[in-house]
Design a protein around this ligand. Structure first.
Ligand code: HSE
Length: 308
């Protein structure tokens, strides 16, 4: 086998978009990961970490998303090969912005092409989801689908289908304060059952949220984006600063404020460009030491690039 390689960029994502626990996610860029995958004769999977957040990635291969996806791809292909993956980590790990999902999506995309796996859309999502075992302990598919396909993705594992929609070009402001308990723990604190009223509220809110994106109706978006009774009410208790951040962003005109994935990122959506310096200054005066980032939805998912 000769040496072949691909370099792929992969956007970050906001999972559990409002009421869409495990089923709605939005790709955002920046930040992004860039991943180089090289296949050659021989055996073994080698992962190298580089970039701004390289030192925050786990050293143990079995805790590494890229390693898990590359190994699964070799299993699917039924071949022996040497795989070298270099991850240029631009997305801060454990920040709630789909860091492991972005790397996993990039490796899945590259391995599919380099090993001629010929996976369809759902096959790619399933392969990439192996990387989530490293951080979440389960193969949730919302982050990887957003990074793979871009835009707003609706993930339905019962019918094995992802549907994507372009997302309006609004502003997305991210506030990161402190760190999160791991995703597995943040899943374990969710109730095992819900009232019929809660279920109906989430069904209606998800449907209207998707309709608002489809129609570009920001007023409807604003009315339903926070309307979650499945995950957010339980998870925000882990973030004592949630109320301060939410109130500040709403005062600055946010259409709505949600937790991104399992946190700690808190996200505000804005029709007009918000004043990041003022917002950060106000949060500091209120005693926080946040990292504040302004970004946009990315209607593009993974793509091959020629830089590295
Ligand atoms: N849907 C996943 C969860 C996203 O909330 O557990 C984690 O990033």
């Amino acid at each position: 086998m000769g040496t072949e390689e691909l370099i792929v960029s992969s956007p970050a994502s906001i999972a559990n978009l409002g009421p869409g626990f495990d089923s709605l996610a939005l790709a955002i860029k920046p930040p992004q990961d860039v991943v180089r995958v090289r296949v050659s004769g021989g055996e073994g999977v080698v992962i190298r970490n580089d970039g701004e957040y390289a030192s925050e990635l786990p050293n143990e291969p079995s805790d590494n998303s890229a390693y898990l996806v590359a190994n699964r791809a070799l299993e699917l292909a039924g071949v022996k090969a040497r795989i070298e993956v270099t991850v240029i980590k631009g997305i801060k790990p454990a920040s709630g912005l789909g860091s492991s999902g972005a790397t996993s999506a990039a490796v899945a995309y590259a391995m599919n092409k380099l090993l001629n796996l010929d996976l369809d859309q759902w096959g790619l999502v399933e392969l990439a989801s192996y990387g989530e075992l490293a951080s979440a302990g389960v193969r949730h598919m919302d982050n990887v689908a957003a990074s793979l396909f871009g835009g707003l993705v609706i993930v339905n594992s019962t019918v094995r289908q992802v549907t994507r929609l372009d997302f309006p070009g609004i502003y997305v402001l991210i506030v990161i304060e402190g760190s999160k308990p791991n995703t597995g723990y943040m899943r374990s604190i969710l109730p095992k059952s819900y009232t019929l009223d809660d279920v109906v509220t989430n069904i209606a809110s998800v449907a209207q949220l998707v309709a608002s994106v489809f129609k570009g109706d920001l007023s409807l978006f604003s009315r339903v984006i926070e309307n979650d009774r499945v995950a957010m009410p339980y998870r925000i208790k882990a973030y004592g600063h949630w109320g301060i951040v939410k109130d500040t962003l709403i005062r600055h005109g946010a259409l709505g404020v949600i937790l991104s994935g399992a946190g700690p990122s808190i996200v505000g959506f804005f029709k007009d460009e918000p004043n990041v310096v003022e917002i950060e200054g106000e949060l500091r005066k209120l005693g926080l030491r946040p990292r504040v980032m302004l970004t946009r939805p990315s209607n593009e998912g993974v793509r091959e690039v020629n830089y590295y």
